[in-house]
Design a binder for this molecule. Sequence first.
Ligand code: THU
Length: 145
Amino acid sequence: MIDREGLCKRALEMRARAYVPYSHFAVGAALLCKDGSIYTGCNIENAAYTPSNCAERTAFFHAVGDGKREFAAIAIAGGNETAESLDYCAPCGVCRQVMREFCGASFEVILAKTQKDYRVFTLEELLPMGFGPENLEKKMLYKAD
Ligand code: THU
């Protein structure tokens, strides 16, 4: 049973650590591993813009760097750093692709406005017909007889 409210709370708290001097759009994420551990992340921007990293990928890369490979859910909370209330913040395409690398179709993506107000999507809903590791598995296209 996933503690979705608890995960949303961690994502909301992580917004405070976002480094967003350029967009002022602060995002926090909390990634639940199948072993029950949680890794958090925030977005980290850069004066050269393109090296910026989203909150979701910060959480994933921290977890994978710590030896985790199996994930159950991620909560995401984002909005202007001074906003008094948030809208649902959907993950960008690059982050969806990173989720696709490590997660199955039923991986939950939880978009949090508050600890109690959130929407839940599966990865399959957010990235249908995605390209993943299994697409690179060698396949015999034809057999010579
Ligand atoms: N951002 C995230 O961290 N996650 C999302 O789901 C959407 C966008 C960041 C990237 C950039 O630092 C800022 O939000 C504005 O796009």
